[in-house]
Ligand binder design. Structure first.
Ligand SMILES: C[S@@+](CC[C@H](N)C(=O)[O-])C[C@H]1O[C@@H](n2cnc3c(N)ncnc32)[C@H](O)[C@@H]1O
Length: 219
């Protein structure tokens, strides 16, 4: 195992997507690590390292990308808050050029490792805070699984869509039916976007979660 993952207890999990399987290296016992890696900034705001979990939303998004994989060939794709990188990996395998981003450096180490162990060597990994996007080009597709959970993130993510999504592009977001999600989608409708929503059920460990998939376009 690569040296850069040595700070974490790791395990492997296989995600079945139709007739394909993605092998992911993830953090073992993330509950233990959540406390260890939590930190406060100078204003006392608590940062929780949510990237150490593989979320059901990632699997829901990956399944959706896998279903529409034929439309991804040669597309230029940005994944925000990529965590372990599952959605972007499926997009790469469909022939897209993907830039994986997260503001947590170690999430990028895991997503790069996961991409490589699934045969992807051409992807790009960039540490980026969605409050300060560092790209000037436009993307055909922007992927985000479970990134709109906190209201303070809505405006930066809306701005990122406004500045980085190509005119005819789509953003695919997934989230686990959180009560506050409607607020984000109301906000994007008031700001030049529209969306279609579908729902799927994802079983991870012993629970089954309903995951909403949003396909977002400019109006
Ligand atoms: C709930 S996790 C979802 C991770 C992954 N997409 C998944 O579904 O398994 C949220 C992700 O967003 C990242 N994140 C949180 N705030 C961010 C910010 N301001 N800029 C970039 N990434 C951020 C976290 O590091 C984490 O990887």
């Amino acid at each position: 195992m690569e040296n850069y993952l040595k700070n974490y207890p790791i395990t492997q999990t296989a995600i079945q997507l139709g007739d394909r399987e993605i092998l992911l290296t993830i953090v073992d016992d993330p509950d233990h690590f959540l406390d260890k890696l939590s930190r406060e900034d100078s204003k006392g705001t608590l940062f929780l390292p949510y990237w150490i979990y593989l979320w059901e939303s990632a699997i829901g998004l990956a399944r959706h990308v896998s279903k529409i994989r034929k439309t991804f060939s040669d597309k230029y794709i940005l994944e925000i808050g990529c965590g372990f990188g599952l959605g972007g990996i499926v997009a790469c395998q469909a022939g897209a050029k993907v830039i994986f981003t997260d503001f947590e450096y170690d999430a990028l180490l895991f997503s790069k490792h996961n991409a490589q162990q699934n045969g992807i060597n051409s992807a790009i990994f960039v540490q980026m805070d969605w409050n300060a996007p560092c790209f000037h080009s436009k993307f055909d597709v922007i992927l985000g699984s479970d990134v709109i959970y906190e209201e303070q993130n809505w405006q930066p993510i809306l701005c990122l869509l406004q500045s980085l999504l190509a005119d005819e592009g789509i953003a695919l977001f997934s989230e686990p039916n959180r009560k506050n999600a409607d607020g984000f989608f109301r906000c994007i409708r008031e700001n030049g976007f529209d969306f279609e929503k579908s729902t799927c059920s994802i079983s991870l460990t012993q629970r089954t979660t309903s995951i909403n998939i949003y396909t977002i376009k400019r109006v």
